[in-house]
Design a protein around this ligand. Structure first.
Ligand code: HEC
Ligand code: HEC
Ligand code: HEC
Ligand code: HEC
Ligand code: HEC
Ligand code: HEC
Ligand code: HEC
Ligand code: HEC
Length: 381
């Protein structure tokens, strides 16, 4: 349900650019701020009779300044001047150069009036807006069908862990279309370079995968590295149950119980389950002790350590081998056992204290009773 709401948010985000008249939009434009005027781009038309340039001539128009290093560096010595060069290497740029105006050009991504710096949160290419910008075409079934392509990528992305991180938690380190495809040179990564795309952010898993026997195996059978198990656009939060040979587990696509790898997979899963059981039992024991008023800081520290080992074990699944996964998982189980024992020791101590308190209460009562008897026996005054 939440995912559907996210999808709706991304797909229905209103595109207000088209409705604003050029004069108004240009008031708050990076070009206006740099001292340019309407005539800087509308060079051949008379003032008051400006018209949209042909779509195929827009990139050369923008490039007339943005690829002119000598000119651009008079404005900003650090500025990049390779956008048009990169664009020409992309399918967008190649098709446009061949006269097909249905692909993206500069103003589709940046606008033409009211152009903002790309770091400005209101820019159409800012992380929060870029999926909507690409989605105007990539989410339009009619346009994409003409190229034999799906228009589902924006909706799939919106249902991913990445979208959840970006939209719900405001985590701008989560990837949008351009983090994985690039912007001006937008291309889909080939099957053997997907790990490099994901490695920008998931270095640990990527390094383990590359060093594992799987890399060679997948390249040989033409399977796309991380994508076989995770997909590309609708990436979900994984779980221990993904490892296994039952239906629904990712390994089951290719493995069955036969052979050494089947045994290895069952072993990895069993160790993940043992670790999960050990941490949840330890947590329950510690919580019980805390509710009874006992301090169990050492136990909590041990549990935290067990959880860190659990996180590492889940990453170490990507070694696709018993080592070093097995050792880390075993260390995690040992730490969880220490945590559980701390919880149980605290409960035993509580038991002892209660017994001690019971004995003391009895002694006091016995003393009071004796005192009372003695008082009764005193002769009347
Ligand atoms: C940075 C280059 C640039 C500048 C500066 C610029 N334009 Fe444009 N203009 C374009 C492009 C590119 C288009 C093509 C349509 C699009 O992509 O929005 C366009 C389209 C237009 C159109 C056609 C209708 C429309 O909105 O598409 C009008 C009218 C127009 N511009 C007026 C102006 C006026 C008035 C100014 C100054 C206030 C101005 N332009 C400044 C690049 C520019
Ligand atoms: C498919 C969308 C898309 C197209 C087409 C596109 N851009 Fe960009 N542009 C971006 C994104 C996204 C960024 C933000 C930086 C990044 O991710 O590279 C950007 C950044 C920029 C920047 C800021 C400096 C930099 O390079 O980071 C300039 C200037 C720029 N683009 C100009 C252009 C010009 C000129 C064209 C046409 C030749 C163009 N762009 C075509 C998406 C696009
Ligand atoms: C007449 C020269 C000229 C033309 C034509 C031109 N630009 Fe620019 N553009 C500039 C200058 C100058 C800047 C400001 C650079 C700076 O201050 O870093 C700029 C800045 C930008 C930026 C902001 C870059 C950043 O730092 O984030 C974008 C995006 C951009 N232009 C896109 C376009 C697009 C799209 C077109 C074509 C529709 C276009 N420009 C046409 C001169 C031009
Ligand atoms: C104006 C419409 C439009 C916009 C906006 C647009 N695209 Fe595209 N894009 C297309 C079309 C149409 C194709 C298919 C071209 C083909 O198959 O030859 C395409 C193809 C692609 C491809 C596949 C290239 C290949 O070689 O297979 C990628 C990747 C891509 N776009 C990424 C993006 C990203 C990322 C954005 C946003 C930053 C974006 N596009 C914005 C129209 C657009
Ligand atoms: C986490 C990385 C990632 C993100 C984010 C991402 N993609 Fe992709 N995309 C990929 C990979 C990897 C492939 C290559 C798939 C393959 O080789 O089977 C791909 C393939 C594509 C293709 C070419 C294949 C086709 O179906 O036409 C297009 C177009 C595309 N993506 C568009 C987008 C758009 C639009 C967005 C944003 C809504 C997006 N992607 C977000 C990783 C990503
Ligand atoms: C630009 C950085 C970036 C790129 C590129 C990227 N990711 Fe992510 N990824 C993230 C962030 C940020 C999260 C959210 C982490 C969190 O939930 O704490 C995430 C989450 C995930 C998760 C869920 C983790 C969990 O514990 O729930 C998986 C699985 C994942 N990404 C796989 C991939 C794959 C596969 C690729 C390549 C196709 C990829 N990512 C590309 C940044 C990235
Ligand atoms: C796309 C198919 C595919 C998927 C999915 C897959 N594997 Fe494999 N795996 C293979 C092939 C092919 C081999 C080589 C033949 C064999 O040993 O069975 C292999 C071999 C192995 C090996 C033995 C490696 C060695 O040392 O030679 C292990 C361990 C393994 N896989 C674990 C896993 C685990 C764990 C998963 C699920 C998380 C998984 N595999 C998912 C195709 C796959
Ligand atoms: C053969 C299947 C398979 C392949 C290939 C694969 N993964 Fe995973 N991945 C898994 C499984 C299974 C889990 C869940 C482990 C768990 O939770 O016990 C997982 C978990 C993750 C996570 C969640 C965080 C974590 O470590 O628990 C990330 C991020 C991730 N993988 C990224 C990647 C990247 C990046 C690649 C490519 C370099 C990749 N994976 C290749 C099966 C795979």
């Amino acid at each position: 349900m939440k995912r559907l709401v996210l999808a709706a948010f991304v797909l229905l985000a209103v595109d207000t650019r088209a409705q604003t008249p050029p004069e108004t939009a240009f008031e708050d434009d990076v070009h206006a701020a740099a001292g340019l005027t309407c005539a800087s781009c509308h060079k051949t038309e008379a003032a008051g009779a400006y018209a949209a340039p042909a779509r195929t001539s827009i990139a050369p128009l923008c490039a007339s300044c943005h690829s002119d290093a000598a000119y651009m560096r008079t404005v900003d010595p650090q500025v990049r001047v390779d956008q048009y060069l990169q664009y020409q290497t992309s399918t967008h740029g190649k098709r446009m150069a061949a006269g097909d105006a249905r692909v993206a050009t500069c103003s589709d991504c940046h606008g033409a009036h009211g152009v903002r710096r790309v770091r400005d949160a209101r820019s159409p290419v800012a992380p929060a807006n870029v999926v909507t910008t690409c989605g105007r075409c990539h989410g339009d079934p009619a346009r994409m069908a003409a190229f034999g392509r799906q228009a589902t990528h924006p909706a799939e992305w919106a249902a991913s862990v990445h979208a959840a991180a970006l939209i719900k938690r405001g985590d701008t380190s989560a990837p949008t279309c351009v983090s994985c495809h690039g912007s001006h040179g937008a291309t889909p990564p080939g099957v053997t370079s997907v790990a490099n795309v994901c490695a920008q952010c998931h270095l640990r898993e990527a390094e383990l995968f590359r060093a594992s026997p799987k890399r060679e195996i997948f390249d040989a059978i033409g399977q796309a590295e991380c994508l076989v198990c995770h997909g590309n656009h609708r990436i979900e939060s994984p779980a221990d149950q993904w490892v296994g040979l039952e239906k629904g587990a990712v390994c089951e696509q290719c493995h069955d119980a036969a052979g050494d790898s089947g045994a290895a997979i069952r072993d990895i899963r069993q160790k993940l389950d043992t670790l999960q059981d050990a941490t949840s039992t330890a947590d329950a024991r510690l919580t019980r002790a805390e509710h009874a008023g006992m301090l169990v800081e050492d136990g909590r520290l041990a549990l935290q350590l067990a959880r860190e080992h659990q996180v590492q074990s889940r990453a170490l699944v990507h070694a696709f081998a018993p080592a070093p996964f097995a050792k880390t998982a075993a260390d995690g189980v040992a730490a969880a056992r220490r945590a559980r024992e701390a919880g149980e020791a605290a409960m035993r101590e509580l038991q002892l204290r209660r017994q001690g308190l019971g004995v003391a209460t009895l002694l006091v009562l016995a003393f009071l009773a004796t005192l009372w008897v003695k008082i009764r026996r005193l002769p009347p005054a």
